[in-house]
Design a binder for this molecule. Structure first.
Ligand code: AMP
Ligand code: MG
Length: 321
């Protein structure tokens, strides 16, 4: 992974027989985009379709809102009996539990045991009594995985899971994998706050901006990037404000309420599944604990906008300045 913090001026003349292709579409409750260079129009058209199909496939599998998804089946049945699941679901659940342990429970897909009672569009939230009662069921230790049977079982009758903090990253990685398998060298794939770039954009680095958390028309920084994933978690994505309090979609597992230490967290990592899980985790952990964790990791960088709107960057970026 390379992050160029200073602006690099490149003196190349760009000449190639290849063309650039881009396509945007709606999936997983957000906007997705793919952009890449190919010397074959036919291959490009096939890949655009493959990428869109792949994101839709993952949505069908992992959406908490689709009754027929594998995730919904788990939520309905896994307390009464072990549910046999796909290898893909199994590995994502395993990865989620790894992150729960690594972040001392800040990342916890059972947040949904309370989280499902929030409806950000309808400005609805759980009553205090429901929150207090169901908060006890936010506990990743209630998820029991059996690798031999590729099955999952819940140990608590109120456990619910939601992969919203990691599934888009997984989808971006899958789509980059498809492009790489077909010989594509220069590409960008994005789903909501999760993006990954390979190669270059017309012999220059890719530029991805981090938006101002309180003004969608403003960028805080525009980062030149190469061979990296970048994920931003922000309290402006899905929220409502009631009595001057912002209720948004990232839940602190300790309280069952929205995490309010920061406005946004951006993570740079070598793949999107890690960047996605970490951006949600560090958002919950806040500046001090979050940066401490990031600074222990190699090849992971963070840019945090705290509750006062101040930007804090990880040690590797400070040293790169
Ligand atoms: P992101 O935008 O990637 O940070 O993901 C936000 C989504 O992650 C939310 O919409 C929820 O689906 C999910 N989520 C919220 N709180 C947590 C948490 N504490 N741990 C794991 N996932 C969470
Ligand atoms: Mg995330």
């Amino acid at each position: 992974m390379k992050l160029f913090v200073c602006i690099t001026v490149l003196f190349f003349t760009y000449s190639s027989d290849a063309d650039w292709y881009e396509h945007s579409f709606d999936v997983m409750g957000t906007r997705a985009k793919v952009e890449f260079e190919s010397d074959s129009k036919k291959l490009a058209a096939m890949l655009v379709k493959r990428v869109e199909d792949e994101m839709n496939r993952i949505d069908q599998l992992m959406s908490p809102f689709k009754e027929t998804s594998e995730l919904s089946k788990i939520n309905t049945m896994a307390f009464s009996q072990p549910v046999e699941i796909s290898r893909e679901m199994f590995s994502l659940l395993e990865k989620s539990l790894e992150y729960s342990r690594f972040t001392s429970g800040a990342f916890d897909i059972t947040f949904s045991s309370v989280g499902y009672l929030y409806d950000y569009r309808q400005h609805r939230m759980p009553s205090n009594s429901d929150k207090t009662r169901l908060k006890e069921s936010i506990n990743y230790r209630s998820i029991s995985l059996n690798a031999n049977q590729s099955s999952v079982r819940f140990l608590d009758k109120n456990t619910r899971i939601d992969l919203g903090g990691i599934a888009k990253g997984h989808a971006v990685d899958q789509c980059i994998g498809i492009l790489l398998n077909h010989g594509i060298k220069n590409a960008f794939v994005n789903a909501g706050g999760d993006s990954r770039v390979i190669g270059k954009k017309q012999d220059r680095l890719w530029y991805i901006g981090i938006r101002h958390p309180r003004d969608e028309d403003k960028l805080i920084v525009n980062l030149p990037l190469e061979e990296v994933s970048i994920s931003t978690s922000g309290d402006y994505e899905r929220f409502f404000i009631k009595d001057n309090v912002r209720y948004h979609h990232i839940i602190d597992p300790k309280t069952g309420d929205s995490a309010r230490h920061t406005q946004s967290v951006t993570i740079l990592a070598s793949n999107s599944v890690d960047a996605d899980a970490l951006s949600t985790s560090i958002f919950v952990m806040g500046v001090e604990d979050g940066m401490k964790l990031v600074n222990q990791m190699t090849s992971v960088s963070a840019i945090i906008i705290d509750q006062q709107g101040k930007m804090i960057i990880s040690n590797d970026l400070t040293n790169a300045k």
